[in-house]
Ligand binder design. Structure first.
Ligand code: ADP
Ligand code: MG
Length: 239
């Protein structure tokens, strides 16, 4: 079970000369082995929350706990070893490394060709066209995003974090993407998304709003809130 206990995160804002609070006193226990979709308007702190969970950013105050163990002082690497995996909003490019190299590194498998193909097929890419490509600017945004997802799947882990996995992915393959998350059983899956189909497939929804509240609930209880005029005013727009 991964949780945020009274977590705040602020940065120094050069323009105003003051600290800018991005997340404030957030208390969330992500339900174990369930899919939680985090949603909320642009700038509400969703990516920041993912970065805090994986260790790219350190909380200004509060604790991040995995099965009761405090992760605050743990590096990205240490957290990865504990089973926290992430796929970023903007995929990282690695010049000189092929898709196959990265998938093999991720899955730590020697059975390279078979496994690499399996993960690429899961994200809807024809393996033979991609395994030997370098992860550079010759790939489109959507292709990079899919490869990033395949790498995350290859890594596995008990806690899987996905920041806007739909970004750049054509809508006709969207159902397959939704199906992919449903297949991740026995894992705590946390997805940042604005997509209604993903929200409708979630077990739980975490709504971040402009007042820096975090509201976590079962899908059936939170979805009606998202459609309410009040929520739209707060910017919790759904597409
Ligand atoms: N290093 C930073 N310095 C100043 N502002 C930042 C910094 N990082 C994030 N922010 C701001 O914090 C807010 C939350 O960012 P983010 O977590 O990326 O939002 P979301 O993913 O919900 O769109 C945004 O207004 C963003 O501009
Ligand atoms: Mg974001």
């Amino acid at each position: 079970m991964i949780e945020l206990k009274n977590v705040s995160y602020s940065v120094f804002d050069k323009d105003t000369g003051k600290n800018k609070e991005i997340l404030k006193n957030i208390n969330v226990v992500f339900p174990k082995n369930k899919v939680t979709v985090i949603t909320g308007h642009n700038g509400s702190g969703k990516s920041t929350m993912i970065k805090l969970l994986m260790g790219v950013l350190r909380a200004t105050s509060g604790e991040i706990l995995l099965d009761g163990k405090n992760l605050n002082e743990m590096s990205i690497d240490q957290r990865a070893k504990m089973g926290i995996t992430v796929a970023f909003q903007n995929p990282v490019r690695f010049k000189g490394l092929t898709v196959r190299d990265l998938l093999n590194l991720a899955s730590k498998s020697k059975n390279s060709v078979v496994d690499a193909c399996e993960f690429l097929a899961k994200v809807g890419l024809c393996a033979k066209d991609y395994v030997d490509r370098e992860l550079d600017d010759s790939l489109s945004g959507g292709e990079l995003k899919r490869i990033e997802l395949a790498i995350a799947l290859a890594k596995g882990g008990d806690v899987m974090l996905f920041d806007e996995p739909e970004a750049g992915i054509d809508l006709w393959s969207f159902d397959a993407l939704v199906g992919l998350f449903k297949e991740l059983k026995n894992k705590t899956v946390i997805i940042v998304s604005h997509q209604r189909k993903l929200l409708e497939s979630a077990d739980y929804i975490l709504l971040l709003d402009t007042k820096k509240d975090a509201i976590l609930g079962r899908r059936k209880d939170i979805l009606p809130l998202l459609d309410s005029p009040k929520c739209r005013k707060l910017g919790g727009q759904i597409i």
